[in-house]
Design a protein around this ligand. Structure first.
Ligand code: SF4
Ligand code: SF4
Ligand code: SF4
Length: 259
């Protein structure tokens, strides 16, 4: 019997792009395959083992029938890792959380809307205890490998707590604010090497908010630069709806953009 840690991958509401990035990571770092025994990973193999120590869960919990299998994974796995923005934050699936779900279902499924059960999408940590998260849409392959290494060493993975702007400055990028473009960098968790601003695109927040984001100061800086606060806060609906609604529920400001 193999003494290597057994790993399984599961998917809930997602595009499975994060699992594809795992395949990419394993091609870049094939030595990782020597250290673990993957027992379930439908993007790459047909076997479906259910004996594992580490479970990676991709996707958000978006319907009542997701809850039992998510809890079953927690009961089996010593460690559960949320893989990607959908699992970590609820991600893009939470865009619908501010809308009437009946209308959303009819828009997507037409006259078959009643076939599909749904409720507001949530991150996996809203259903079970999660031991670690790998942020991003999709995940960063190097961060995936670093996280697996730390878990195998018995160390807790760490996420940076500082904002993306720090990484952006280290890359010596000209701030998009100076080019008349909004960006969520001041309130978003670093760790992606500021890849979007580096290539001229604004940050949409796929790695989630920093702890205690200063939304009021963000609004001040935007105003100083003559940029639209509403347009910037609207970007927060792409990946951050669940986090923002949690902040609102806790009474920490009202960052919801005007409609
Ligand atoms: S985080 Fe992005 S890439 Fe990953 S499963 Fe969700 S939508 Fe797909
Ligand atoms: S471009 Fe975005 S991430 Fe970079 S410094 Fe400006 S606000 Fe921050
Ligand atoms: S710059 Fe922002 S949107 Fe782009 S990968 Fe990083 S956190 Fe995600």
């Amino acid at each position: 019997m193999s003494a290597k840690p057994k790993i399984a991958f599961y998917e809930f509401t997602s595009c499975e792009g994060c699992q594809l990035t795992v395949v990419d990571s394993l091609q870049l770092y094939p030595e990782l395959l020597e250290a673990v025994d993957i027992v379930r990973f439908r993007e790459a193999m047909s076997e479906m083992g259910d004996d594992y120590a580490i479970a990676f869960i991709e996707g958000s919990c978006s319907r009542p029938s997701d809850e039992a299998p998510i809890k079953a994974i927690r009961e089996k796995a010593a460690l559960v890792v949320a893989l990607g923005a959908c699992a970590h934050l609820g991600g893009i699936n939470t865009i619908r959380n501010r809308h009437d779900l009946g209308e959303v279902r009819r828009f997507v499924y037409g006259d078959k809307a009643e076939w599909y059960d749904t409720y507001p999408a949530r991150p996996i940590s809203a259903v079970i205890k999660v031991d670690a998260a790998i942020p991003g849409c999709p995940i960063d392959r190097h961060e995936f490998v670093r996280t697996v290494k730390r878990l195998l060493q018995g160390r807790a993975p760490e996420l940076p707590d500082h904002p993306l702007c720090v990484e952006c400055k280290l890359k010596e990028n000209v701030c998009l604010y100076l080019r008349g473009t909004t960006c969520l960098g001041p309130i978003v968790r670093a760790g992606c090497d500021a890849i979007c601003p580096t290539y001229g695109d604004s940050c949409e927040g796929c790695r989630g908010l920093v702890p205690n984001p200063n939304i009021e100061h963000l609004k001040e800086v935007l105003t100083e630069h003559g940029l639209s606060v509403d347009q910037t806060l609207a970007k927060m609906t792409q990946f951050l709806t669940y986090q923002v609604m949690e902040m609102e529920a806790a009474g920490h400001g009202d960052p919801q953009p005007a409609h």
